[in-house]
Design a protein around this ligand. Structure first.
Ligand code: 13P
Ligand code: SF4
Length: 326
């Protein structure tokens, strides 16, 4: 086995959380003054996770967004996530710290292309991974997240001809888990496809016995070597329940902050790519602590969704939220 070209990134057990900085204190005061709630995805930087009222995966965040009573929802994640919050809770002001925080997966399926595909294949039943635009959601039959995709697809009548958009890797994994044949849209997450078996094996050689947990957006070869494939929230559950004290985490590196907070006595090793010891999503990392402060100060940038699209997109999201509870 060739040696590693870089040192692995290792999060060791920590007994106390870092103290809040002045800018974090300022954010907490602004949050109160604005009657705001801060929802943050697991991939956000630690400083943002620390000031959030809720940190979680796309599914948990959708439920939280729908239930939010505050005047303002500051969504620390990427654009499609904030858009989803607006769709399920239109009465609130939804803010995203950085308007350009997009998603390569969402971009790989423009609504116009999906509309053209549906026009040519009118009988397809569209299952859309939540990582897509409001326009794509509006054209879909049901939405899913990585946390509930298997459960959702299992509830679709057997005679439906399923088109899964936009992630071919998640779609392939769901197809393998459910035994359902599906047409797969050829999209992918630019960050998760960077993980390779060769890089992970090199780290595994340094931490023999450490199980590998991987996100289903990874390519099949990586999923195949993993001990567990699951959404980011289920990674927390896996880390709590596994007897292992060292775990290799093959997803965006912000996840390690969440894991260290929830399971402080264990060691987490960042999943590597061929060129780097960890893997940051450049879109998720566009949100900075300063932009979080400024968003609350200026009540901007605001996320809005045209009402006809919002109403059309809400139906498949609500179906997902209902089916997910069954
Ligand atoms: P989760 O829903 O598992 O948090 O995934 C979201 C995401 O963007 C993965 O890249
Ligand atoms: Fe999109 Fe991938 Fe970033 Fe998730 S990690 S937001 S799928 S680009």
């Amino acid at each position: 086995m060739p040696a590693l070209d870089y040192e692995p990134i290792v999060f060791t057990p920590r007994t106390s959380a870092p103290k809040l900085t002045p800018i974090q204190e300022e954010i907490l005061a602004l949050k109160k003054a604005r009657n705001a709630v801060i929802l943050a995805h697991n991939y956000q930087i630690e400083a943002i996770q620390q000031v959030a009222d809720y940190v979680g995966d796309s599914l948990g965040l959708s439920y939280q967004a729908q239930a939010a009573q505050a005047d303002v929802i500051l969504f620390c994640g990427v654009h499609f996530m904030a858009e989803t919050a607006k769709i399920v809770n239109p009465g609130r002001t939804v803010l995203l710290p950085e308007l350009d925080a997009g998603c390569s997966l969402s971009d790989s399926c423009p609504a116009e292309r999906l509309a053209a595909y549906k026009a040519a294949n009118p009988n397809v039943y569209v299952v859309a991974y939540i990582n897509c635009s409001a326009g794509v959601k509006a054209l879909s039959d049901v939405i899913c997240t990585s946390g509930n995709a298997v459960k959702i697809v299992n509830q679709i009548p057997a005679d439906k001809d399923i088109l899964f958009v936009p992630d071919q890797n998640l779609g392939q994994w769901v197809s393998q888990q459910t035994g359902r044949q599906m047409r797969l849209w050829p999209g992918s997450c630019y960050a998760h496809v960077l993980f390779t078996t060769q890089a992970i094996e090199k780290v595994r050689a340094k931490f023999p016995g450490a199980p590998v947990v991987a996100h289903p957006e990874c390519v099949q070869a990586v999923r195949d070597l993993a001990d567990e494939v699951c959404s980011t929230e289920l990674m927390v559950k896996f880390a709590k329940e596994s007897p292992a004290t060292e775990i290799i985490v093959v997803t965006e590196s912000g996840m390690l902050h969440r894991l260290r907070k929830e399971v402080p006595h264990k060691t987490f090793i960042a999943g590597p790519t061929d060129s780097c010891a960890c893997n940051d999503c450049r879109f998720m990392k566009m949100n900075t602590i300063e932009k979080v402060r400024d968003a609350l100060k200026n009540l901007s940038p605001v996320i809005d969704v045209p009402e006809p699209i919002r109403v059309a997109a809400l139906a498949p999201i609500q179906r997902m939220l209902d089916w997910s509870k069954r």
